[in-house]
Design a protein around this ligand. Structure first.
Ligand code: HMG
Ligand code: MG
Length: 306
């Protein structure tokens, strides 16, 4: 049975813009975040408190947090790889953060410069302090369906890392198909195995669309009882440490699927399409969303939100 409601986690300002060749000015980021909240997105990953040497595009995250409107009921989150990142997030008034691990050693080393075991050790004090402060912490596992360095990934590897994140206090674990190689079949198998240790209602799907399979993987996940999905407006993004990885599933395309299935999201698809066009115009390119591109040339009505 499909869920009645899905929570959409908008990762465009972070996962999208961390991969832009040029740093987008902070005021454009602020306009984007405010526009997303105005369109009804209730969870927005605004940026990350990581080493600016590693990801210079996110170096202005504190200024972005200082300038955005804070609508009541909207979660404005940030990625924090270590205690230093958490302390910076706290100084910016952030109330929800995410830690990010990987299912493969190769990606862990390239992305955060340590082994999987070391990363989990590093997250322990982050979780301890964040939870003590009453903050919520989300966990990511990257490369759940394939790794650009280590190749195939066994679902059991993902399951063990996801369980470790849950055990240390993450309320939800987002399964990242970082390089978008998963299929509906491998996605179903993955959820089946991971849910042996992490309840399905605490799982989220994070599908990059490199091979055009992200929507199919969302549908497969819905059939498996997952009801939280990450997406990026205009299909922005990729990962600086996963060469060739394209953007996330576009938020517009995700909403079109969900609303067509009669699933509530609370998000205004038309407003997201307009914002996607505007924001991509500031980047000087077309949105990587089939829905937004189609909307630019037609007057076809969207599926009515339930
Ligand atoms: P390191 O070099 O091993 O750590 O980096 P270090 O402790 O030796 O620090 C190196 C320098 O960074 C030092 O500065 C630190 O002060 C500074 P220096 O003395 O050389 O001038 N530093 C920091 N500065 C600001 N904020 C901090 C911070 N920490 C250290 N928090 C580290 C280790 C984890 C910091 C580094 O590898 C890093 O920042 N990596 C970030 C990688 C990243 O952001 N990747 C993209 C996000 S993950 C992703 O996209 C996947 C996801 O979307 C899911 C999916 O698709 O699968 C989530
Ligand atoms: Mg990602």
């Amino acid at each position: 049975m499909l869920p009645e409601r899905v929570r959409v986690v908008e990762v465009g300002p972070r996962d999208g813009l961390q991969n832009e060749p040029l740093t987008v000015p902070a005021e454009e980021k602020v306009r984007l975040v405010n526009g997303l909240a105005g369109a009804g997105l209730g969870y927005i990953e605004v940026g990350s408190f990581v080493a600016p040497k590693w990801v210079p595009q996110m170096a202005d995250t504190a200024s972005v947090f200082a300038a955005i409107e804070h609508l009541p009921g909207v979660v404005y989150a940030a990625l924090t790889p270590n205690l230093r990142g958490l302390e910076s997030a706290m100084a910016s008034g952030v109330r929800e953060v995410a830690v990010f691990a990987a299912a493969s050693e190769g990606f862990s080393q390239r992305n955060i410069n340590c082994s999987i075991a070391q990363s989990l050790e590093r997250f322990e004090p982050v979780l301890a302090l964040a939870l003590k402060q009453g903050m919520r912490v989300r966990g990511y596992v990257s490369c759940v369906l394939g790794c650009p360095y280590d190749g195939d990934i066994r679902p059991e590897q993902v399951r063990d890392v996801a369980q470790a994140l849950l055990d240390m206090g993450c309320y939800e674990v987002s399964l990242g198909d970082t390089i978008g190689v998963g299929t509906a079949g491998s996605t179903r198998k993955l959820i089946d195995v991971v849910s042996q240790r992490v309840p399905r209602h605490q799982l989220a799907g994070h599908f990059h669309n490199t091979y055009g399979q992200a929507l199919a993987n969302v549908y497969a996940s819905l059939l498996e009882g997952v009801a939280v999905f990450d997406s990026a407006i205009g299909g922005l993004g990729g990962c600086p440490y996963a060469k060739g990885a394209s953007g996330n599933l576009a938020t517009e395309d995700l909403l079109y699927l969900l609303h067509g299935l009669g699933i509530h999201t609370g998000v205004d698809l038309e407003a997201v399409v307009r914002l996607s066009q505007q924001f991509n115009a500031t980047l000087g390119r077309l949105p990587d969303s089939r829905v937004t591109r189609a909307a630019m040339g037609s007057s076809h009505a969207y599926p009515a939100p339930p």
